[in-house]
Design a protein around this ligand. Structure first.
Ligand code: DHB
Ligand code: MG
Length: 216
């Protein structure tokens, strides 16, 4: 059995059933567009799933690689306890400025710390506490490197999650052109993650797919 296809109608039903995208997140998207930040945020059904999941594992320490406008940052920070910490890694200074502004407006400045710069460098130079959850949503060619650098930082039972794991519908393609480094990067990432014997993995086909692995 292949499961039920996600039609537009069913998708809308899911989003309405658990309305996780509130006015604040909608307004964030409007302002992000005005600032010419690409509209490639996670989908509303990913919002409710991530919040549900972080609460289920009682996450306190979250690392996000690639925060863009802070939509998923604020989504996840809202699901953490008061003493929780979310480390948001973002390469672009202008995006980081925007994220900090929205985080402050959301009253989450005690939870979220934005680290501006190349994530590979931040991961090498910064100390982070033991992590409960890692959300990878940055440059696709480096996903495997982010995976290798962050799995050691996870607690046992902690989870790593790669966004865009279905690569815009091209993940199963065998004739990916060489200039689609993003699709090739996702294929490499999924295969590397599935092959690790320190992770138990599952594909969650919400949005553009999230490949998730729990540390054994
Ligand atoms: C796109 C979507 C994403 O979620 C992402 O992380 C990067 C790019 C896109 O649709 O181009
Ligand atoms: Mg993404």
């Amino acid at each position: 059995m292949k499961g039920t296809p996600l039609t537009e109608k069913t998708w809308k039903y899911i989003c309405d059933l658990v309305p996780a995208e509130d006015d604040f997140l909608r307004q964030l998207n409007v302002e992000a567009l005005e600032q010419e930040i690409p509209a490639i945020q996670i989908s509303p059904d990913q919002v409710s799933f991530l919040q549900f999941f972080l609460r289920a594992i009682q996450a306190r320490h979250v690392l996000e690689i690639g925060s863009l406008a802070g939509y998923s940052t604020i989504t996840m920070a809202r699901a953490l306890p008061d003493e929780g910490q979310l480390f948001a890694l973002e390469r672009e200074p202008e995006y980081s400025f925007f994220i900090r502004k929205k985080v402050k407006e959301a009253g989450l400045e005690n939870v979220v710390t934005v680290h501006t710069g190349e994530a590979l460098e931040t991961l090498e130079t910064q100390e982070f506490p033991e992590l409960d959850f890692v959300f990878i949503d940055a440059d696709k060619m480096n996903y495997k490197r982010y995976l290798d650098l962050t799995v050691p930082m996870l607690r046992k039972g902690g989870v790593v999650c790669g966004d865009n794991a279905l690569a815009w519908g091209m993940i199963a393609d065998t004739d990916v052109p060489a200039d689609r480094e993003d699709v090739l990067g996702m294929q490499e990432f999924n295969a590397a993650m599935a092959a690790r014997d320190d992770l138990a993995c599952s594909m969650v086909p919400l949005g553009d797919g999230m490949f998730m692995g729990v540390k054994l």
